[in-house]
Design a protein around this ligand. Structure first.
Ligand SMILES: NC(=O)c1ccc[n+]([C@@H]2O[C@H](COP(=O)([O-])OP(=O)(O)OC[C@H]3O[C@@H](n4cnc5c(N)ncnc54)[C@H](O)[C@@H]3O)[C@@H](O)[C@H]2O)c1
Length: 277
């Protein structure tokens, strides 16, 4: 196992990629604090509207913390909005109190709420998307890094997106927030590398999360054609990279962005403009 005796905190862990990351880290031996803005999603329509994933048949019925405990690891769930620094402070403290410390932070929580032409984008929506996707990573890292420095060991893994590099049609705020995450990642590396801490970014391609499974069929098909692998990722395939980066084996990988996208970064226009639409 890669992560025996380690403690992780994963944000946005109630579903999708964050849930897969939390479970794979637990399978590798870590105890895991799982944070999400809302855990009551099980009775929400948004969640039940998407089909079940074969690789995680329990996803609809078993909360992430419970699934981790079934794997024989400790879990602690907190409800916190990563964009709210006071909630993050409280949430991180609660995980530290329950699980002892935090060695691994995965900044995964992210939203896509602002899909429209730039001219129609409200400033408040722009601010909100940046607050969750970018300031969320800042808020969580700020609270967690001091403990990592004390221990002389730490891993921060930020979930960015190919949109950070290539832009994305009618999602300027999302692309800007994910590009910001890359600048943030590299700055954390420069500041903390000498203290046994690495900070890297993972760039998922289209992964079969509830968010992506709920997309209209035409958009899914259009995206699928642009992926050399000819399929979307299973969320666990993103999680395996996170687990590796979190391990001792990745101690000398620092400040990089790693695509996990079936070769999608080689296809020009993966997220490019759809003229006239
Ligand atoms: N799925 C993809 O194809 C894909 C591709 C590239 C990047 N990503 C990135 O991967 C991450 C996870 O995406 P996903 O597809 O699993 O999304 P998802 O919507 O299925 O899951 C996101 C989770 O984050 C939680 N969350 C949202 N706002 C939050 C907040 N303010 N505080 C705490 N938790 C919050 C949600 O409740 C949800 O449980 C995101 O950062 C996303 O931008 C996803």
């Amino acid at each position: 196992m890669l992560l025996e005796n380690k403690v992780a905190l994963v944000t946005g862990a109630a579903r999708g990629i964050g849930r897969a990351i939390a479970l794979v880290l637990a399978e590798e031996g870590a105890d895991v604090g799982v944070a999400d803005v809302k855990w009551s999603r099980f009775d929400g329509e948004r969640y039940y509207a998407v089909p079940r994933r074969e690789s995680d048949p329990e996803e609809e019925e078993v909360r992430t913390d419970e699934a981790i405990e079934r794997l024989g690891r400790k879990a602690h769930s907190v409800e916190m909005d990563v964009s709210d620094s006071a909630q993050v402070k409280e949430g991180v403290e609660s995980v530290r109190n329950e699980l002892g410390r935090i060695d691994i932070l995965v900044n995964n929580a992210g939203i896509v709420t602002n899909i429209r032409p730039l001219a129609d984008m409200e400033r408040a929506s722009w601010d909100h998307e940046l607050a969750v996707n970018l300031s969320g990573a800042f808020n969580c890292s700020k609270e967690v890094l001091s403990g990592m420095v004390e221990n002389g060991w730490g891993r921060v893994i930020n979930i960015s997106s190919g949109a950070a590099l290539g832009g994305i049609h009618r999602q300027a705020a999302y692309a800007a927030s994910k590009a910001g995450v890359l600048g943030f990642t590299k700055s954390v590396t420069l500041e903390y590398a000498a203290q046994g801490i690495t900070c890297n970014a993972v760039m998922p391609g289209m992964a079969e999360s509830p968010l992506v499974r709920a997309m209209p069929k035409e958009i899914r098909e259009e995206q699928m054609r642009l992926i050399p692998a000819g399929r979307f990722a299973d969320t666990r395939e993103i999680a395996y990279m996170v687990a590796f980066l979190a391990s001792d084996r990745a101690a000398y990988i620092n400040g990089v962005e790693i695509h996990v996208n079936g070769g999608g970064h080689l296809t020009p226009g993966t997220l490019a403009s759809r003229k006239g639409k």
